[in-house]
Design a protein around this ligand. Sequence first.
Ligand SMILES: Cc1cc2nc3c(=O)[nH]c(=O)nc-3n(C[C@H](O)[C@H](O)[C@H](O)COP(=O)(O)OP(=O)(O)OC[C@H]3O[C@@H](n4cnc5c(N)ncnc54)[C@H](O)[C@@H]3O)c2cc1C
Length: 341
Amino acid sequence: MIKPLVVSAVRQETPEVKTFLFDAPELPYQAGQYLTLVHPHNDEVRRSYSISSAPGLGEPLAMTVKRVANGLFSRYLVDTIHPGDTLRTIGAGGFFTLPDNVAKEADQMFFFAAGNGITPIYALLKSLLHQHPSLHAVLIYSNRTPEHTIFYQELQHLASQFADRLKVEFLFSNHPVLARARLYRDLLESFVKQYLVTTPARTLAYLCGPLNYMRMCVYGLREIGIPLANIRRENFNPETALPVADEPSDTDPHGVTVRLLHHTYQFQTQYPITILQAAKKQGIALPYSCGNGVCGSCVLRCTAGQVWMSTNDVLTHRDLAKGLILTCTGYPMGGDVQLEL
Ligand SMILES: Cc1cc2nc3c(=O)[nH]c(=O)nc-3n(C[C@H](O)[C@H](O)[C@H](O)COP(=O)(O)OP(=O)(O)OC[C@H]3O[C@@H](n4cnc5c(N)ncnc54)[C@H](O)[C@@H]3O)c2cc1C
């Protein structure tokens, strides 16, 4: 369901980036999640923006947006939205969150952010430091210059406030010493070895930045022995998602039953029409945003049957084991399926 969201304040963070604050105490979310916004004149145009506030700290809900040259939605937000304006949202979603029992699983978390990838990581970091006192954190944060660094002062403040538990390394690509300019594998490994206070198995790593940056981080972290299952990524660029396979082995038509809050819907679909596309054709409003298997807005739980996904850049093995599936890249396979919110 699309809900109104009133902007209470707008803060300029860097020349290209603004934070939008909302008076929305009733909107539930977790640190690390994003808001999915719907275009004012076209319900089909949707974009996700990570939430930079953390719940439970008395902060207003906030999202931080970078203006993309020629970008449709980011320019609408950064150039035209002012306090008092109303945006439209389907609410918060996403899986780039702390595990339910984070202190049982880990002693330390490494965060790797580049540019506006800091947005969800800033929320996670605040949540961890204020609400999980046993955990240590390290942030490695890459930017062009200090002036382009979102939350630069706030992060320095956090680093001094939590000096015994948080280490922050800022990297600037305009730095005259090349070895301190960009993050590369050896530098990443030396940071991790320098700051690691526990075993790799009890270390979690959260990454958000360009695809090549995150790929390099994953290789470096794996090299040090951090298990793949301990590494989480948030991809801001749905078009970069890689398909897992070309075609499902079963392309026959199958029935889909979807149980939403108060309604049950039934319809048929057949590859290459995704479950989401088939639902839309029937006028059924399932949640979604990127349409490309990246953001996780469209996630449902499969309670019977099997769903094959052409792309899944967001659900982990653990999520899949719980029966979670993406409708935007999902097709019923081997028979009918039952899904629920
Ligand atoms: C989970 C998630 C979280 C995110 N969190 C954030 C966040 O916290 N902050 C943030 O700033 N962003 C975030 N994003 C990215 C955000 O959702 C948008 O993708 C981003 O703002 C660009 O949207 P846009 O409408 O401005 O640009 P678009 O209109 O989608 O365009 C994007 C780029 O494609 C180019 N382009 C568009 N149309 C064409 C065309 N026809 N031919 C060639 N090129 C074209 C544009 O020039 C532009 O460079 C997130 C994305 C995801 C998936």
